[in-house]
Design a protein around this ligand. Structure first.
Ligand code: ATP
Length: 241
């Protein structure tokens, strides 16, 4: 279907042993948009991203462009243009910044390494700090630089949809601003983003559409601007500030 969303889940359920952590999630990410999932600790946000990425078994439907994925599991999702930036960043500390980026290119969804150099220049254009530090070991980077490297590595795969797990976690406010600026820039370049965040204020300011996840269920959903004005969201997630 022409206007089917890039990603859609219907009745997605995930259980850890006998304990169900996600109870039937319906969610959609249209191409080229930023969709955010906010919610408290333990709501199931990381579980949701892992299930979509094929890293955890799930029940229910995951659809890409309106159809079942051609291949299941992580390789199938990467091949379809999805890429995950995990909360822990998962960089190779004993490798240089540049080698970490090159590893990202191996996950490319459209093959052809001729434009690997061009992708690298694009990433360095977005993150000049990474270019300055390209020979430095990843383990020696600051928290903000590590997040930039994790984002840059995912971008080397030329994804259509980036799944971001709490990209602002543990970062100074100035760096958080920079990261959200980059996220908005990626949308301008046509990359769709599914953004999981505890920083509800910044997430709602940047996203087009938002879901509130509590104890494994979507309790509210709507255009991000409308949710930011919703008294329930203000009370639970935005405080008085
Ligand atoms: P946080 O922001 O703290 O990471 P979250 O919203 O991402 O929270 P999840 O990490 O997805 O939440 O966890 C959802 C629920 O599933 C929690 O109750 C958690 O304890 C449970 N859970 C997560 N991972 C596992 C696991 N590997 N085994 C068993 N239970 C798990």
């Amino acid at each position: 279907p022409v206007d089917a969303p890039l990603l859609e889940t219907r009745g997605l359920c995930v259980a850890y042993g006998k304990v169900e952590a996600l109870h039937g999630i319906d969610l959609a990410v249209p191409a080229g948009t930023i969709v955010t999932v906010i919610g408290p600790n333990g709501a199931g946000k990381t579980t949701l991203l892992s299930a979509i990425m094929g890293l955890l078994p799930s029940r229910g439907e995951i659809r890409l462009d309106g159809a079942a994925p051609r291949r299941v599991g992580i390789e199938g999702m990467v091949a379809a243009g999805l890429n995950l930036v995990p909360e822990k960043r998962e960089l190779f500390g004993e490798m240089s910044v540049e080698d970490n980026l090159l590893l990202g290119a191996f996950q490319r969804y459209r093959t052809g390494h001729r434009d690997q150099a061009r992708s690298m220049e694009e990433v360095y254009g977005l993150f000049p700090r990474l270019k300055e530090r390209r020979r430095q070991l990843a383990a020696t980077l600051s928290g903000g630089e590590r997040q930039m490297l994790a984002l840059g590595r995912a971008l080397m795969a030329k994804p259509r949809l980036l799944l971001l797990d709490e990209p602002s976690l543990g970062l100074a406010p100035r760096i958080v601003k920079e990261i959200f600026h980059i996220i908005a820039e990626l949308r301008r370049r046509g990359v769709a983003i599914l953004l999981v965040e505890q920083n509800a204020r910044a997430a709602l300011q940047t996203a087009d559409y938002a879901y509130v996840l509590e104890t494994g269920q979507v309790v509210l959903a709507g255009p991000a601007g409308e949710l930011a004005d919703d008294p329930r969201v203000i009370e639970s997630y935005l405080g008085l500030g």
